[in-house]
Ligand binder design. Structure first.
Ligand SMILES: NC(=O)c1ccc[n+]([C@@H]2O[C@H](COP(=O)([O-])OP(=O)(O)OC[C@H]3O[C@@H](n4cnc5c(N)ncnc54)[C@H](OP(=O)(O)O)[C@@H]3O)[C@@H](O)[C@H]2O)c1
Length: 261
């Protein structure tokens, strides 16, 4: 029996991973802040599938939270075979007027916590010469995005970091990849302050994204884009200069966020 630790398992893509991995017979460690949701999910998945699930309710941006999480799994003798670094959030608006604490908190959760958990668990995976690490990134990280500047940059980091350590860890039997969804139907947009008027046509579901990830397990690819349309757009963007992309995107959003201009 293998165990998957999923951050951000209380909803959205993380919850969809939990449901899918439970169905496939993996034991689980569910991590997020919302204790009630985690407890209910644990109870449901244990009742429906022949698995053991634990939950750890923690704010991952808290002081040494990644260490506490690692120590907790070690203390309980839990070997983490799959690490799914999924917890993350975004923001949208004119960077100069966004709340600085929140922007820094985003960098902390989307980057620092992901790096710290990867570092803590990958050593154990190397000893066992096996493991799977899925870092949930985003197609937002494929180009600079005015009015979503910090979020897009955090995801650029996640993708490049994941691709690099995928190569470093290939000889140790560990698969690492960046999973890059496009816009997906979850609570992400509400949490990021992105209103529905932006239009979310062609969104994938969280289950679609997880299905893409599961198909990629066992492959040699280190960057996985979810959804055919997202793949076409992301590939097309490679051929355009960032100066053009930022100009076009900035023009489209300036009227919404910089009404004085
Ligand atoms: N939805 C999209 O359009 C989209 C597209 C591309 C990439 N992504 C990425 O997909 C990942 C999952 O997002 P989602 O779409 O599933 O959004 P979501 O529904 O808002 O889920 C975010 C998860 O992260 C957890 N979380 C947030 N802050 C946390 C903290 N400080 N400590 C611990 N857990 C925390 C939340 O749980 P609690 O609130 O209970 O802590 C929740 O379980 C993110 O990394 C996001 O950037 C999303």
């Amino acid at each position: 029996m293998t165990t998957a630790l999923i951050t951000g398992a209380s909803g959205g893509i993380g919850e969809a991973f939990a449901r899918r991995l439970a169905e496939d017979g993996h034991d689980l460690v569910l991590v997020a802040r919302s204790e009630e949701k985690l407890r209910e999910l644990r109870d449901e998945l244990q009742a429906e599938h022949n698995i053991t699930a634990h939950y750890i309710a923690v704010d991952l941006t808290g002081f040494e939270a990644d260490k506490q999480l690692f120590d907790e799994t070690e203390k309980n003798g839990i070997e983490v075979d799959w690490l799914i670094n999924n917890a993350g959030f975004g923001s949208m608006g004119d960077f100069a007027t966004l709340d600085l604490e929140r922007e820094l908190g985003m960098i902390d959760l989307n980057i620092s916590v992901l790096v710290a958990l990867t570092h803590r668990y990958i050593g154990k995976m190397r000893e066992r010469k096996s493991g799977t690490i899925i870092n949930v990134s985003s197609t937002a990280g494929f180009q600079p995005i005015p009015f979503m500047a910090t979020y897009a940059a955090t995801k650029a980091f996640v993708t490049l970091f994941s691709e690099a350590i995928a190569e470093e860890n290939r000889p140790y039997g560990i698969q690492v990849f960046a999973l890059c969804p496009g816009s997906t139907k979850t609570d992400f947009h509400a949490a990021a302050g992105i209103d529905a008027s932006m239009g979310f046509k062609g969104q994938e579901t969280a289950d679609d994204v997880v299905e893409t990830a599961m198909r990629a397990v066992g492959s040699k690819r280190a960057k996985i884009i979810s959804g055919w349309t997202n793949w076409v757009v992301a590939t097309g963007v490679n051929f355009l200069p960032n100066s053009l992309i930022t100009r076009v995107m900035g023009k489209g959003l300036r009227g919404k966020f910089q009404k004085d201009q």
